[in-house]
Design a protein around this ligand. Structure first.
Ligand code: HEC
Length: 221
């Protein structure tokens, strides 16, 4: 073996481990600083779970809600009631009325009229529903009158001793003559018959014909 060969062997034998040590050490030093835990490095700014972008779209509707709601007409409570009574106050048949825009709309008792008697806060903010006082237990209800059902409304008021029929409040199908209208029509908070306007406690700023509400549907385009 000559000297040159020996040199090469020694160089390789010493050089390779040296390179290995330096390389390992540099990995350790530059990767983790001088600590064992790598805590010397700034922590990576990442969330533990991938960031989800907040949904920008409204939640999709399912079931009945998925059916787009039909456009509704706007009309005053008394005009709606009047149209219903003058059309013969049917429980199931539709009736028509002219809305605030002059459109000829269609409504029915169940979807449009009944809520005038059963919904609180409808006539004004803070209003009690008619049925709070005029409910099915006619022995106890105010004026022995039940406005909670179609048959109750038709049976009328003052059904003392549980009478099946009382005083007609629908004017025999003529709204202009109806006691219901006289108790509800209240310009400046006063009825024309000097009785308290309904719903009882109704403030003077409620329009004479009651609030304008959404009811009925316009004709199909
Ligand atoms: C807080 C209780 C109360 C509420 C709510 C109420 N009423 Fe009355 N209602 C009365 C009282 C009390 C009378 C008697 C008024 C009087 O002294 O003339 C009456 C009388 C009536 C009468 C006359 C009955 C008759 O034969 O003399 C009608 C019709 C009537 N109410 C309809 C309604 C309607 C419609 C509503 C809802 C829009 C309503 N009431 C809400 C208490 C109430």
């Amino acid at each position: 073996m000559n000297d040159n060969t020996r040199k090469i062997i020694y160089t390789v034998l010493i050089g390779l481990p040296t390179i290995l040590i330096v390389w390992t050490f540099s990995l350790y030093f530059f990767g983790c600083g001088t600590t064992n835990t790598c805590s010397g490095l700034p922590e990576a700014v990442v969330t533990p779970i991938p960031t989800l972008h907040p949904a920008a779209m409204p939640a999709p509707k399912v079931g009945v809600d998925a059916v787009p709601s039909a456009p509704r007409c706007r009309v005053s409570a008394l005009k709606l009631l009047g149209a219903w009574v003058d059309a013969g106050y049917s429980e199931t048949e539709t009736f028509s009325f002219t809305d605030v825009k002059g459109v000829n709309c269609t409504a029915n008792y169940k979807d449009d009229v009944q809520k005038l008697f059963t919904t609180p806060n409808l006539w004004y903010d803070g209003a009690q529903a008619c049925i709070t006082c005029h409910y099915a237990d006619i022995a106890k209800a105010t004026k022995n009158m039940d406005l909670s059902s179609y048959s109750g409304i038709l049976a009328g008021s003052n059904r003392v001793n549980g009478a099946a029929k009382g005083n007609d409040i629908l004017g025999g199908g003529v709204w202009a003559n109806a006691l219901m209208r006289q108790m509800l029509y209240a310009p400046d908070g006063k009825t024309e018959i000097n009785r308290p306007p309904m719903p009882l406690g109704r403030p003077a700023n409620v329009p004479a014909d009651g609030p304008v509400i959404s009811a009925g549907t316009p004709p199909l385009p």
